[in-house]
Design a protein around this ligand. Structure first.
Ligand SMILES: C[S@@+](CC[C@H](N)C(=O)[O-])C[C@H]1O[C@@H](n2cnc3c(N)ncnc32)[C@H](O)[C@@H]1O
Length: 243
């Protein structure tokens, strides 16, 4: 069941990859979430970033085209993106290789195909390069996992002691009344996450210093079926630290 669900995600995002973040509404959503991540980076997400310590390592899980990687690039030296969709990883690496102010100065951003939620993840993910991250985050991917609790456990295994697990996703709030069926429905297990759920999954993985911060305003989703006005959704940042 879990493997079928993962395969549905791989196929859906392989088919979508070329069109994933090119429409104006998608770019507006990415811009708003990027701004929120950057504004909260040194306060809510990880206060240690404020000192710009050298050599920090980020795991961007379910990286897609790399919004989280680019948002945190000013603070991070080595970024590894992992995604189940090879075509999303191709786009991630293509974007990472185009020089930007945030990827110069010996910074590296590398995407690879993988599924940490698979009971037998690819052996290449067992190498030390894929452990001891300072931050392991998932942006807009958490609702695509068959088990959010398992995902937090897997991310917690990948950060160093004292490292941070970060989730950026949709709030649960009143979304049930607004949800409009979409062709992506078979790839999601939730339409959002409450603060209570996030505290429970972070705590269940032994993480501490849990925080849940709601982004001001909303983002507009204009997927198929959303109609003229689209769907307004609230976004949260959830974070916790490995003791
Ligand atoms: C909505 S996109 C978000 C992409 C990107 N993080 C962003 O913020 O734009 C969800 C991503 O999750 C990936 N994904 C879904 N299930 C996954 C899994 N089990 N392991 C890794 N990636 C997965 C998909 O391939 C897709 O790239």
């Amino acid at each position: 069941m879990a493997e079928e669900f993962a395969e549905a995600n791989r196929k859906f995002f392989d088919d979508l990859a070329d069109k994933y973040d090119i429409k104006p509404w998608q770019q507006d959503l990415h811009r708003k979430i990027t701004t929120e991540i950057q504004e909260k980076a040194t306060t809510f997400i990880e206060p240690r970033l404020a000192a710009h310590p050298p050599g920090l390592r980020l795991l961007d899980y379910a990286c897609g085209t790399g919004m989280l990687s680019r948002a945190l690039a000013p603070w991070i030296t080595t970024t590894i993106g992992i995604d189940i969709s090879p075509k999303m990883v191709d786009r991630y690496n293509a974007l990472a290789s185009s020089p930007t102010p945030s990827t110069k100065d010996n910074k590296t951003i590398t995407g690879i195909v993988g599924d940490l939620l698979n009971p037998t993840p690819s052996p290449s993910l067992s190498s030390p390069d894929f452990y001891n991250f300072d931050i392991a985050g998932v942006c807009a991917g958490f609702h695509h996992f068959h088990s959010p609790a398992l995902a937090i456990e897997r991310l917690a295994e990948r950060v160093k002691p004292g490292g941070v697990v970060l989730i950026v996703d949709f709030c649960l709030e009143d979304e049930e009344g607004k949800w409009i069926p979409s062709r992506a429905d078979h790839t999601v297990t939730a339409h959002g996450f409450s603060e209570g759920t996030m505290r429970s999954v972070f705590g269940g993985a032994g993480l501490v210093e849990v925080g849940y911060s709601v982004m001001p305003g909303t983002v507009t989703l204009r997927m198929d079926g959303a109609g003229e006005g689209g769907i307004e959704r609230k976004v949260f940042l959830g974070r916790a630290r490995k003791p």
